[in-house]
Design a protein around this ligand. Structure first.
Ligand SMILES: [Zn+2]
Ligand SMILES: [Zn+2]
Length: 358
């Protein structure tokens, strides 16, 4: 699996940003991104000239739009055309999500708990979702240094609640990037996982060998890992098969001999990603495995100052017979700017109902 650095929430002069698409692409390339999603408010008009800008800056631009209304903002990406939001009122957002899907796109709740301002009306999510299965992702981190913000913690908890209820929803970060200019706050990255054979081995231009739809599909399937530092990835090995982030471990209820085997968990922390573009103070961090059963495993791991790759292997214990494990993810916690925060988290690996192990 190759992991591509993506920024999934951006604006240009075509809505309330103060940058052109070209300035945005140049800034993203300088920050080590392989792809950006353009999500202007209620318009896709800034995409004109996209192909040439992609070629110049060697990064993929995903077409998108931030569906912007008084009842909430919804990030939509991968659309083949403009999705009309004007007729959707507060209790009909399910129809809006269906319209996005019909156009080949996917839909995510943008910054669902951000309190608005006169310049950002309707930032807070008030739509009533009837069908959570149709929601593709939740932007659980919004802005720079997102993990410290209370509104993002609430969004993260919403995601966890929905996983506990059995929904399979991805989680992303989005800077909601409106302008070029330096920031000294940590920048978050959503890494999307692509099968190795979908990427050409041609260095800097690797991102351009990836089709837009391949990236959309990765997010649709929850192959995502989010960080303000090292790239954290997770893989399970059960019954002699590997299960990457976003996949589902099948039930072995019918096969007790398989259920008796432990599940091996491989965790990787890659400190070499986007070298020189971020830093994490030297410290002992906490690497956790969390599921609907709570915090299952917590390891002390050193932060690396010399860009190494670190691997850890642990075994999952059996879950209590009356509470099946439904999903699992990994989180990296550490101290950044004096605050103890999530530094990184993976999306979930799921367990088929009636699951593994019992
Ligand atoms: Zn917004
Ligand atoms: Zn926005």
């Amino acid at each position: 699996m190759k992991w591509l650095a993506c920024e999934l929430h951006t604006h240009t002069l075509h809505s309330d940003g103060s940058q052109t698409l070209e300035e945005l692409a140049a800034g993203a390339a300088n920050l080590g991104f392989d792809a950006i999603a353009l999500t202007d408010h209620n318009t896709m008009s800034a995409l004109i000239g996209k192909e040439e800008i992609e070629r110049i800056y060697g990064l993929r631009i995903i077409r998108g739009m931030e569906w912007t209304t008084f009842y909430g903002h919804m990030v939509t990406i991968g659309l083949s055309a403009f999705a009309d939001w004007r007729q959707v009122d507060r209790d009909r957002i399910d129809e809006g999500i269906e319209a996005v899907h019909r156009l080949g796109g996917i839909a995510g709740l943008a910054h669902p708990y951000r309190i608005g301002s006169p310049a950002c009306t309707g930032c807070f999510w008030e739509y009533e979702i009837g069908n959570w299965s149709a929601v593709d992702y939740i932007e659980v981190w919004s802005g720079t240094f997102p993990s410290i913000q209370t509104n993002n913690r609430r969004a993260f908890d919403l995601w966890t609640d929905k996983l506990n209820e059995g929904y399979r929803i991805a989680a992303t970060s989005g800077r909601d990037w409106h302008a070029q200019g330096e920031t000294d706050e940590p920048i978050s990255v959503t890494y999307l996982g692509i099968e190795d054979d979908a990427v050409a081995e041609n260095g800097d231009a690797a991102a351009l060998s990836i089709h837009e739809e391949t990236l959309i599909q990765a997010l649709r399937e929850g192959r995502a890992s989010v960080t303000i530092g090292p790239l954290l990835t997770l893989k399970l090995n059960a019954d002699d098969a590997d299960y990457p982030i976003g996949s589902t471990v099948p039930s072995v209820v019918e096969r007790p001999e398989a259920a008796a085997q432990p599940i091996l968990v491989n965790l990787t922390l890659d400190f070499s990603v986007r070298a020189g573009l971020w830093s994490l103070p030297k410290q002992i961090c906490r690497l956790k495995l969390c599921s609907n059963l709570g915090e299952e495993i917590s390891l002390e791991v050193p932060s690396s100052s010399d860009g190494q790759m670190m691997q850890f292997e642990v075994q999952l214990t059996q879950s209590a017979p009356d509470i099946p494990r439904r999903w699992i993810r990994s989180e990296l916690w550490g101290t950044v700017r004096g605050a103890y925060v999530r530094v990184a988290f993976t999306n979930a690996i799921y367990f088929e109902e009636g699951g593994y192990p019992r």
